[in-house]
Write a protein that binds this ligand. Structure first.
Ligand code: SF4
Length: 209
């Protein structure tokens, strides 16, 4: 169950909220992970904060070292050549989206919305775009965009899901949704699924290699 919900809501997010309402509806929500530098980096990017003190004022528990690292990661979006087209485009920051698929509702926030694309910032140590494909597909689908990008700030690298990639993911998502709505939550342990799972330590069927 956790694997399927996390796949749809993206592994980069907190555990989705569910079920939320009556009549068997299921809603998932993606939010910026509270762990690590994800949140301060997004804050610096969206509000164009370049000042250590200003960014630190949003979270007094965040150490100076972390604040400086967050600013450095955010700065890469302004400087790295791979990200140039997205700096220059007409864009909207932090756009809430809702995608309804039958009784399933996905809620999330698109980091950057362009004319025909969505973009999500990642500060991951690992470069694993396929792990985030459902999140990016949902964002593109909900906004009617045909391309989805991940800006890996730590890697100075851009990954693009083109229209064909998104169509392939749509087919996978359809199967996942049907399984969730049918109550089929049987575990599917694998290195890819379990290595990022927050429940791996307590999961009885976690992939052990
Ligand atoms: S550890 Fe693996 S099998 Fe267990 S819940 Fe997480 S993803 Fe599923």
């Amino acid at each position: 169950m956790v694997r399927r919900l996390k796949q749809l809501a993206s592994a980069e997010v907190e555990i989705p909220r569910l079920p939320l309402s009556t009549n068997d509806a299921v809603a998932l929500m993606t939010i910026h992970a509270a762990k690590g530098l994800e949140w301060p980096v997004h804050l610096a990017l969206e509000r164009k904060i370049h000042d250590v003190e200003k960014l630190a004022s949003f979270d007094v528990a965040l150490g100076l070292e972390s604040v400086m690292e967050a600013l450095q990661l955010a700065k890469r979006f302004d400087e790295v050549e791979n990200f140039a087209p997205f700096r220059q485009a007409k864009t909207q920051w932090e756009q809430p989206i809702t995608l309804s698929i039958g009784r399933l509702t996905l809620n999330g926030i698109v980091d950057l919305l362009g004319p025909d694309w969505v973009l999500d910032f990642k500060t991951d140590q690992e470069f694993t775009p396929q792990h985030h494909r459902f999140q990016l597909w949902a964002y593109a689908q909900a906004t009617g965009r045909t391309t989805a990008h991940i800006a890996y700030l730590r890697h100075n690298c851009l990954h693009t899901f083109n229209e064909e990639d998104l169509q392939t993911t749509a087919q996978e998502a359809e199967i996942l949704v049907q399984q969730i709505l049918a109550g089929d939550y049987s575990a599917v342990p694998s290195p890819a699924n379990c290595s990022f799972c927050a429940y791996a330590d307590i999961c009885e069927v976690s992939y052990q290699g």
